[in-house]
Every structure is written in structure tokens, then in C-alpha cells.
Design a binder for this molecule. Structure first.
Ligand code: ARG
Length: 275
């Protein structure tokens, strides 16, 4: 099957002030040192790779005192050019939400919804052709799902996350193209696994080693799949499906509990008006 990439627009934030000083997910160990120059170099590699694939990368100004800002995916959900702001679960990240909103206001986005309920942006929302998939259980409030559905006018499918290592939806599930996804079934409750089987009978199922290597924290443009390099078990199945996997080393950022996808917020444009 021939796969076509479509040009994307991403929002990223350099890890200029990245460190692990608190622990809000099981991957974060404040006693482990972080190599900041290496984290920056790994992030720059990711940004440059997007640019060389023809994508657009916008950047947020990193702020001292907000070490998790590099995980820009969490700051909002943008679909059809409309922006649902984030509201963080932990006080350590609260201030990031307003910084994202300011960026959108300054960059021509006018349809912006400031949320009433906790949601961690694209950390817990994934957009397929037909649905918005929405994680709950660790971070985003189930009430944010209705809020997203009402704002975007797209059906939102709530999914229960049950394994603390996969605390955000984007650590357990990845949209590859259209309504094609990959996911790690044990990260979800039995009922949510049944929902996923029903909606995505042909999904690529990801096993424990590749999930633990953050293999689901990947970004696809419809053809190229940028994925953490340790998730080696995904290379062959992705190629079999016609995708071109591109392994990336984001090892330093993994110490914060994030990888490729967490660093990347997609700015999905408004649909083209009919000609
Ligand atoms: N340390 C960050 C947190 O726990 C990592 C966020 C990762 N981002 C993501 N989209 N999963 O909030």
C-alpha cells in the first residue's frame, strides 16, 4: 500500500530549562541527573527532522521554572483551526496553559476555548478521521471529554487508562493515518479494549517491550512515523503496512516521561472552503 505524507504544522518548545525536580509520573526520578546539552541536541534533531520532511515547526519561548514545557503536546488540542486550551492536573504545570493560550492569541487563532475541566491537551486527546479519542484515569477529567465534543462538534470516545506507566493516552495509543491506529491493549480497561477492537479491528497491537520503550509516543504524517529508537519491534510491522519508520533518540527527555509525541503538538488547520 502506498502511503502519502501530508504537510503538518507543529508547535514545539525547546528544553532550555528541562530538568527533573519533581515526580508526577512513574518515569520521573529526581535523583537521576539530566544531561541538558544532550536533551537540547536530541530535541533539535527532532525539530530538524520535521523540517527536512517538509513540515512547519512553530516554537514557544521556554520559561525558566517550567521544566516540562518541552512536552508541548499537553498545552492544547487544535482541530479545524479551533483551540481547546489545557488545564493541567498538577500545580507544577498549571502556568503552562496560559502561555499556550497567549501564543495562540498572538498567532492569529481566534476560535479559542478556555476549558472548565482538567485536560492535558494532546497528551490525552488523539484525533482520527472519524473520532477524537480521549484518555482518562490519570490526568484529564472525564468531564473534559464532553467539553471537547461540544466545542469541536466531533464525536469523542472516552477510554480508561489503567496502568500508571501509561498515564497519558499518547503513551498508549498512536494515530498512524486516517482511522488507522496502533495501541497497547493492557494500558486500557477491558471495556475500553473492547471499544478499541470494535472501532479499529485492524489496529497494530503493540506489545509490552515496545510500549515500555515509549513506542506509542510517536508522530506520523501519514507516511513517516517518527518513533523512539528503542521501540525496535515496531519497525517491521510499520514497514509491512507501508509506513517509513524513522527512529529518533530522545533518551534524555524520557527521564521526564515523554518522547517524540509529547514534544509535538499538531496544529490542525481549518478545512479548506469549498471551491
Ligand atoms: N513530565 C511530564 C508530565 O508528567 C511529561 C508529559 C509527557 N507528555 C505527554 N504528552 N505524554 O506531565
Amino acid at each position: 500500500m502506498r502511503r502519502d505524507a501530508t504537510p503538518r504544522r507543529y508547535l514545539m518548545c525547546a528544553p532550555a530549562h528541562f530538568k527533573v525536580t519533581y515526580s508526577i509520573n512513574p518515569w520521573m526520578d529526581p535523583t537521576k541527573p539530566v544531561d541538558l546539552p544532550l536533551a537540547l541536541a536530541q530535541w533539535e534533531d527532532l525539530r530538524d527532522r520535521y523540517l527536512s520532511l517538509g513540515h512547519t515547526v512553530e516554537t514557544l519561548e521556554p520559561e525558566p521554572g517550567l521544566p516540562d514545557m518541552v512536552f508541548a503536546a499537553n498545552g492544547a488540542l487544535v482541530v479545524d483551526g479551533r483551540v481547546l486550551g489545557a488545564r493541567f492536573a498538577y500545580p507544577e504545570r498549571t502556568a503552562e496553559a496560559e502561555i499556550h493560550l497567549d501564543w495562540f492569541r498572538a498567532n492569529g487563532f481566534t476560535d479559542i476555548h478556555e476549558p472548565s475541566h482538567v485536560n492535558e491537551g494532546e497528551g490525552d486527546f488523539a484525533v482520527t478521521a472519524s473520532w477524537i479519542l480521549a484518555g482518562r484515569g490519570f490526568r484529564s477529567s472525564p468531564l473534559s471529554h464532553d467539553e471537547a465534543q461540544e466545542f469541536f462538534g466531533r464525536p469523542v470516545i472516552g477510554l480508561d487508562l489503567v496502568d500508571p506507566r501509561y498515564y497519558h493516552l499518547d503513551t498508549a495509543l498512536c494515530v498512524l493515518d486516517g482511522d488507522e491506529i496502533m495501541y497497547h491493549p493492557p494500558a486500557f480497561s477491558p471495556g475500553s479494549q473492547a471499544v478499541l477492537r470494535r472501532l479499529f479491528p485492524d489496529a497494530l497491537l503493540v506489545d509490552a517491550p515496545d510500549a515500555a520503550a515509549f513506542g506509542l509516543n510517536s508522530v506520523s504524517d501519514g507516511r513517516h512515523v517518527l518513533l523512539p529508537q528503542a521501540a525496535t519491534g515496531l519497525l517491521a510491522p510499520l514497514r509491512e503496512r507501508g509506513f517509513e519508520p524513522i527512529p529518533m533518540d530522545l533518551g534524555e527527555l524520557l527521564k521526564g516521561g515523554g518522547s517524540v509525541k509529547c514534544c509535538t503538538q499538531e496544529l490542525r488547520p481549518a478545512p479548506e472552503p469549498p471551491a
